[in-house]
Design a protein. Structure first.
Length: 236
């Protein structure tokens, strides 16, 4: 294991050191005193393990492909944005736009997520143990989005084919989003997913998989129909 003290390095120097260590196949890198600094560990394109011993700022791990990042604190806006692959775990909360436009990998937020969680995600898995803010899952195209707590307004607005699950209350569904019951097969898959990604003591506080609701697209926005132009105006 290698330890880096972020307090002694500029953001550019720290990111350069991280890339060099990952390229040398360092088993695990611990970063002390990240100080909620922005743009840490961006564009990490090789596999490796980085653990931030404190909170990070905006866009941590953006454009990642294969890296494993653990954050002993909270994360600012844009966590893991446009990630291609990898694993992110936040032991605190995450700001706006977490896991936006990801194409693969797994993002686990053990606290709450702010607005626009998983917007335009095109693959991958996002799990929030707590609540999420408004417009989570907006224009989600593929992948799986799981919110164990409550969801804010306009959940899954303009959804395509992302599988969305909510364990608590949904303040309001977005345009063309429809809630449905979880099937036994879906509940079993969801239970396995949560068991693999949430610690037992955290999972014990969450609802059973069969109590989740699944949110799917009503498909009215999939193809434009001038007879339903009001729906499109509402969405835009």
């Amino acid at each position: 294991m290698t330890q880096l003290n972020a307090a002694d390095l500029s953001t550019r120097e720290l990111n350069s050191r991280l890339r060099d260590l990952v390229a040398r196949d360092d088993a695990e890198i611990h970063v002390e005193n990240p100080g909620a600094r922005h743009n840490l560990a961006v564009a990490m394109l090789k596999s490796g393990k980085i653990r931030f011993r404190g909170s990070v700022g905006y866009y941590c791990g953006g454009l990642a492909d294969g890296i494993s990042i653990e954050i002993d604190g909270s994360a600012g806006w844009g966590l893991a944005e446009s990630m291609l692959g990898g694993t992110f775990r936040v032991h605190g909360n995450a700001g706006n736009g977490a896991a936006a436009a990801i194409r693969g990998g797994t993002v686990v937020i053990e606290g709450d997520a702010a607005a626009r969680l998983g917007v335009s995600m095109k693959g991958g898995t996002v799990i929030v143990a707590g609540d999420c803010g408004y417009m989570a899952g907006f224009m989600g195209q593929k992948g799986v989005l799981v919110v164990c707590g409550n969801a804010g307004d306009a959940f899954a607005d303009s959804l395509y084919a992302t599988e969305c699950y909510v364990g608590g209350e949904i303040k309001s569904l977005g345009t063309d989003a429809v809630a449905s019951e979880v099937t036994d097969e879906e509940a079993a898959a969801l239970e396995s997913l949560l068991a693999a990604n949430l610690a037992p003591e955290l999972r014990a506080l969450k609802p059973q998989a069969r109590r989740f609701r699944k949110v799917v697209a009503g498909r009215k926005l999939w193809n434009f129909d001038k007879r339903e132009w009001k729906i499109w105006r509402e969405a835009l």
